[in-house]
Design a protein around this ligand. Structure first.
Ligand SMILES: NC(=O)c1ccc[n+]([C@@H]2O[C@H](COP(=O)([O-])OP(=O)(O)OC[C@H]3O[C@@H](n4cnc5c(N)ncnc54)[C@H](OP(=O)(O)O)[C@@H]3O)[C@@H](O)[C@H]2O)c1
Length: 253
């Protein structure tokens, strides 16, 4: 079965590089028009848009800091003006720096920084796209989580805590928005090397991979493919779920 997203308008936060680039490409390849959001690196965003267009897809880059309320309102307004449409598929993917810190090294602001990306930004964006989704009585809100919620990695509680909060938020939103035909799910990548992991030592990758039942590192397209499925009409009875895409590295929710 091939999933079609023709006629859908998708917004991928942090869609310019890393997993977001693959998610943007996969949604566009399935027929969606994709808004590739970025914060700082316009060159990567334009390259991603060109890559999508060269492959026959439709995309445009829009800059916005998704942790800022005014910027999010402006982003959604700009998308409406430029496309004449409303968002059908929202992928909350953007991330900032992810410092690994012991408890003693941590300040509240380190936790707050992660909450800004994984709780505040999805809240701002979801509020902004809801009027259009409620009017259409359909929509997809897809949060990018992480397997760290299952693993509880040491010295990483700022990130783990925020991703855990995002999971609870996903379930609550699924309950609230189900009656409107809007599904809310979280997709949990395993460790999937992207551009920023170029310097990761081979032994670190090998050690991770050895524990993965499917015995390989994930690739960004593994996430893009899962997102296309969850975004498709065929997944319209799936909501409030936590789907790990990590070769079996974790089990359970
Ligand atoms: N890669 C993995 O192994 C892995 C594993 C588990 C979960 N995840 C999750 O997957 C998602 C993507 O991770 P990644 O590793 O692909 O990230 P990444 O390569 O670091 O890319 C981050 C993206 O977010 C954008 N961004 C940063 N600050 C922003 C802001 N304030 N507003 C809007 N966009 C902003 C960046 O744009 P600029 O370049 O313009 O700043 C970039 O497009 C995250 O939610 C992450 O937690 C990743």
């Amino acid at each position: 079965m091939t999933y079609s997203l023709t006629g859908k308008l998708a917004l991928v936060t942090g869609g310019s590089r890393g997993l977001g680039k693959s998610i943007s490409g996969a949604l566009a390849a399935a027929g969606a028009t994709v808004i590739v959001n970025y914060a700082n690196d316009v060159e990567s965003a334009e390259q991603t848009v060109k890559w999508i267009r060269d492959n026959g897809g439709e995309a445009r880059a829009v800059q916005a800091d998704v942790t800022d309320e005014e910027a999010v309102d402006q982003l959604i307004k700009q998308i409406g003006e430029e496309t004449g449409g409303t968002i059908d598929i929202l992928v909350n993917n953007a991330t900032g720096a992810q410092p690994q810190l012991s408890i003693e090294e941590s300040e509240w602001t380190d936790y707050e920084a992660q909450f800004r990306f994984f709780v505040k930004a999805p809240l701002l964006l979801t509020k902004a796209v809801l009027p259009g989704m409620k009017m259409k009585r359909s929509g997809r809100i897809i949060n990018i989580g992480s397997e760290v919620v299952q693993l509880g990695n040491a010295r990483f509680a700022n990130y783990v805590t925020a991703k855990s909060a995002q999971l609870g938020m996903t379930r609550s939103w699924a309950s609230e928005l189900g009656p409107f035909g809007i599904t809310v799910n979280v997709i949990n990548p395993g460790f999937i090397p992207v551009e920023k992991h170029a310097e990761t030592p081979a032994d670190v990758l090998a050690q991770y991979q050895n524990n993965v039942p499917l015995q390989r590192m994930g690739v960004p397209d593994d996430i893009g493919n899962a997102i296309v499925f969850i975004a498709a009409d065929e997944a319209n009875f799936i909501t409030g779920q936590s789907l790990s895409v990590n070769g079996g590295n974790t089990f359970g929710v």
